[in-house]
Design a protein around this ligand. Structure first.
Ligand SMILES: Nc1ncnc2c1ncn2[C@@H]1O[C@H](COP(=O)(O)OP(=O)(O)OP(=O)(O)O)[C@@H](O)[C@H]1O
Length: 314
């Protein structure tokens, strides 16, 4: 039986009275690209810091590559099989990038350093103090992957990267996953989840709201059909088994959300002349909003407002 890359059971962390996370249960299989999505303050960094032993849980437990996080000796034994990109990567500012990597290599190895630096180049002979935000992030990527880890845990790893480097990083992550590396990464960017992840766990106010395969999530959410016709559209004609939602837009066009096959739609269309017909996937934003809406009452109790713009608009 294979061991999950990460297994979390009832994991809880309170900072005094402030809830970091509560009763979190989650399993990430080996070899998967797992996205951990939530707005600011949801508990993503807390979860990651608990997993890596930087914080002690208030309750519950977790294991990483089969090793319980509170078994310090065993954890040190798998430490060099794990890579980590923290939310705010810190290095010794007076030291050059090259020396930084030399030092980290002496701890865990650097079999892939050159290959990674070719892909994510940084000014190696400059002290890290002079690095831009993006270069600092690229150095963090190189150090996290250069020792051939089995699992990489990353806290918002694309912040500070320009769009081209972000795309390169997404390609790289997919290649790593195909080589069998497990990747757990937190993000508040929806489009990133869609592009990269196999599964996503959605966290809000310290609680896990859902865990879904991206394909299932989109499949279940249906397709959006937009129809323009010179004929008056009767909504009743489009109320077939596959219809999730049907409405007339102010300009008289029909907006239909359907899941499953198109048989009902094709039959209904026979009665109409068609000026324009478009079928597209449901926007991932619409799909995710429903998870957040469901938790609205609790969010108000916790004094939180609506989703931040990054999550709502990404
Ligand atoms: N050291 C701390 N002391 C007190 N409260 C904390 C501490 N660290 C985090 N919290 C609180 O715990 C909750 C979860 O924070 P956390 O940083 O884990 O969220 P996050 O999802 O990583 O957010 P972000 O996307 O903004 O980094 C928040 O309410 C936060 O204010």
């Amino acid at each position: 039986m294979t061991v999950p890359a990460i297994n979390i059971e009832g994991l809880t962390k309170f900072y005094g009275d402030v809830r970091g996370i509560e009763e979190l249960d989650l399993t990430v299989p080996e070899g998967e690209l797992f996205g951990f999505l939530g707005p600011n303050g949801a508990g993503k960094s807390t979860t990651i810091r608990l997993l890596l032993g930087f914080l002690t849980p208030t309750a519950g437990t977790a294991s990483i590559l089969g090793v319980p996080i509170d078994d310090r000796d065993a954890f040190l034994g798998v430490r060099d099989q794990i890579g980590h990109i923290p939310g705010d990567p810190q290095f010794y500012d007076d030291v050059t990038g090259r020396k930084t990597l030399d030092y980290l290599a002496s701890l865990s190895g650097d079999e892939r350093r050159d290959e990674l630096l070719e892909r994510f180049p940084v000014p190696l002979d400059r002290p890290v103090r002079g690095y831009s935000r993006g270069n600092r992030q690229k150095l963090a990527i190189v150090q996290a992957f250069m020792h051939e880890p089995r699992l990489v845990v990353m806290d918002e790893p694309t912040s500070g990267l320009d769009p081209l480097v972000q795309q390169e990083f997404y390609d790289f992550l997919r290649e790593e996953r195909d080589r069998g590396v497990s990747v757990f990464f937190s993000t508040h960017i929806l489009s990133e989840v869609r592009q990269v992840c196999d599964q996503v766990g959605i966290i809000r106010n310290g609680r896990l709201v859902a865990v879904e395969h991206i394909d299932d999530l989109l499949e279940r959410s249906g397709k959006v059909v937009t129809l323009q016709s010179p004929d008056a559209i009767d909504l009743a004609d489009f109320d077939f088994d596959e219809t999730i939602d049907a409405r007339l837009e102010p300009d008289g066009s029909l907006r239909l959300v359907i899941s499953g096959n198109y048989d009902g739609l094709v039959d209904a269309l026979e009665a109409y002349r068609i000026d324009d017909l478009e079928v597209r996937e449901t926007a991932i934003e619409d799909v995710f909003m429903h998870f957040y809406d469901a938790d609205e009452d609790e969010s108000e109790e916790a004094g939180e407002t609506d989703l931040p713009e990054e999550v709502a608009d990404a």
